[in-house]
Design a protein around this ligand. Structure first.
Ligand code: ADE
Ligand code: ZN
Length: 325
């Protein structure tokens, strides 16, 4: 990695699924360590299979890949491998979505994944000066009652979470389905974010604001279809965590040049750039900045503004923010 402007720019990653950082190399190592059989002949075959047609085609492989994560050590290794790569790209802060339900259904306990992830976070701060936060994400294609049960039964870990989130298959699973869960999370003192307007309509973004009382919208790229909504997002200063390379790989847009990002920026929204699931989408946070610079001809000032938005919107203490700003 060259020591260029984009690498030196202090970048915060606000939209990252820690399970989506599992590179095929580590997937194969953990499969061997844990005696898990993978559906790929080798690392190249795994990468070749990452040819997605939509969100669901990705989610199928994403959940399958997680089958190698069984012990606290696996989760620590997963997160440390990502933190080390990210630090080399000039990432100074990471907010990771975690999908407990995807592990609980496989018999992996909340305690197991948290022990590993908390250790990795402590090591990242001490060894890499990389701070982090965690977002407890609910799988929207599973029942709301299950999400409520996960929220309640994980209370002894809540001090480690800054927010709850909502991810997985969007279409047919509107935010309103999780109204009570998010109300309860709010009562417990947790902030709220939600994926909305990735594949789902602008109405889902409105619902996330109205019914889940979120402070950030993950993706939100379909907001451009609704002028009034754009105005509302702009006036309210709602942060959008946009994932440009993810949107291309999941065919939300055909090519990066067709992305709605410049329209969102022009409409005055608080936009941030993020990598979502870098192991599956072929690019980390620096790549997302670099590809946008190439596609949209953005100036260093614009890139600095985008990076500053993420640091301003991050769940971090004010001393650290002031230091990174
Ligand atoms: N889980 C992991 N990545 C996701 C994405 N891009 N959208 C929804 N759920 C996800
Ligand atoms: Zn996401």
């Amino acid at each position: 990695m060259s020591d260029d402007f984009l690498t030196r720019l202090p970048k915060a990653e606000l939209h990252l699924h820690i399970e989506g950082t599992l590179e095929p190399e580590l997937m194969f190592q953990l499969a061997q360590r844990n005696g898990v059989t993978l559906p790929y002949a080798d690392i190249e075959a795994a990468r070749a299979a990452y040819d997605f047609t939509d969100l669901q085609s990705f989610l199928d492989l994403y959940y399958q890949g997680m089958s190698v994560l069984l012990t606290a050590q696996d989760f620590e290794d997963l997160a440390m491998a990502y933190f080390q790569r990210a630090a080399k790209e000039g990432v100074v802060h990471v907010e990771m979505h975690v999908d407990p339900q995807a592990h609980l259904v496989r018999g992996v306990s909340f305690d197991t994944l948290m022990e590993g992830l908390v250790r990795a976070r402590q090591r990242a701060l001490a060894e890499l000066d990389l701070s982090s936060a965690m977002i407890l994400a609910f799988l929207r294609d599973r029942p709301a009652a299950e999400a409520m049960e996960v929220l309640e039964s994980s209370r002894h870990w809540h001090e480690h979470f800054s927010a709850v989130g909502l991810d997985s298959a969007e279409l047919g699973n509107p935010p309103s389905k999780f109204r009570d869960v998010f109300l309860h999370a709010k009562a417990l003192g947790l902030a709220r974010v939600a994926h909305a307007g990735e594949e789902g309509p602008p109405g889902y973004i409105r619902e996330a604001l109205d019914e889940l009382d979120v402070c950030r919208i993950d993706h939100g790229v379909r907001a451009v279809e609704d002028v009034e909504l754009l105005e509302r997002l702009s006036d309210g200063g709602t942060v959008l965590t946009v994932c440009p390379l993810s949107n291309v790989r999941l065919k939300v847009v055909e090519r990066l040049e067709d992305h709605t990002l410049p329209q969102l920026v022009d409409a005055g929204l608080v936009v941030t750039l993020n990598s979502d699931d870098p192991a599956y989408f072929g690019g980390g946070l620096r790549d997302n900045y670099a590809e946008c610079q190439r596609a949209f001809g953005w100036s260093e000032d614009t890139l600095r503004w985008l990076a500053g938005n993420a640091i301003d919107a991050a769940f971090m203490d004010e001393d650290r923010r002031a230091m990174l700003r």
